[in-house]
Write a protein that binds this ligand. Structure first.
Ligand SMILES: [Zn+2]
Ligand SMILES: [Zn+2]
Length: 280
């Protein structure tokens, strides 16, 4: 199993970090978890052509996690010789979001169908939307995906994905604070991918920006670097992978973030720029 951080950013614009998205490749199966800003550019950077995506999994419907989902849908469709419908798994609410997204893409779909005979012969720009709930297990190719509840309130529902293939387990947590559901998601996992914030930096920057109070609100519903490390220890995780850096990580700062986590977790800690990957 190979995990690639397609985007390590957050809603805060960054010139170097794409929006939140993670690629999990297991056997012949390619899964994209969340679809933030620039996801298609990073998929190409990861040498994973959009046409080979088997499914998209959404942890929640915050804009930073879905804002380039449209690009995956259209690019996969028009770059595939015979595109099959794209399965999209997400929490309750995903169907409503997709109805709006497909309405946005309606003109484009018809332009392309009118222009290209081979696209007309296919199934059109189709998606299969599956709303999933904690306790569900889904099979995609040879990969099993367990759905677990996370806690990103007031955003609800939110879910994490426990992805298993050939006895290797990756827990993709999304935005969440520590909670029982997260512990179940991560138990004994080989990889635990957690979106994190630096509370010290958020508190330092907030007084100096016009939206300082709103910036402080993000502390309510994200794991800090230390909390992610504590969860990793509590759950007997082998490798902790940090992503969704708030504020955006600057080149050269990785060791500082890593050492903050290492105070609470003695296993392997991955803090990388976009396109960092780990494999087992
Ligand atoms: Zn987020
Ligand atoms: Zn969020």
């Amino acid at each position: 199993m190979k995990i690639t951080l397609l985007g390590t950013g957050s809603p805060l614009p960054s010139a170097t970090c794409a929006g939140p998205s993670t690629l999990v490749q297991a056997g012949e199966t390619n899964l994209v978890i969340d679809a933030g800003r620039g996801v298609i550019m990073r998929l190409v950077g990861a040498m994973c052509p959009p046409a080979t995506i088997n499914a998209v999994l959404l942890t929640h419907l915050h804009s930073d996690h879905i804002c380039d989902l449209n690009d995956i849908i259209t690019t996969r469709w028009i770059s595939s010789p015979s595109a099959t419908p794209l399965p999209i798994y997400g929490p309750v609410g995903t169907q409503k979001m997709m109805d709006g997204l497909l309405a946005m893409l309606d003109h484009d779909e018809h332009y392309r169908l009118d222009h290209h005979a081979d696209l007309r012969a296919g199934v059109g720009m189709k998606v299969e939307v599956h709303e999933v709930q904690p306790g569900d297990t889904i099979a995609i190719g040879g990969v099993a995906v367990g759905i677990h509840a996370t806690d990103h309130r007031p955003v609800t529902p939110t879910i994490g994905f426990r992805i298993e293939h050939n006895s290797v387990v990756a827990a993709i947590a999304g935005d969440t604070i520590p909670c029982d559901g997260l512990n179940q998601l991560c138990k004994d996992a080989d990889f635990y991918v957690q979106t994190v914030i630096r509370e010290d930096l958020v508190r330092m920057f907030a007084p100096h920006i016009p939206i300082g109070d709103r910036f402080l609100d993000i502390l309510d519903y994200h794991s800090t670097v230390q909390q992610a490390a504590q969860t990793a220890t509590q759950c007997n995780v082998k490798t902790l992978v940090l992503t969704h850096f708030v504020p955006a990580i600057q080149p050269g700062q990785e060791d500082e973030w890593r050492s903050m986590a290492a105070e609470h977790f003695t296993g392997e800690i991955i803090v990388g720029p976009d396109l960092t990957s780990v494999e087992k």
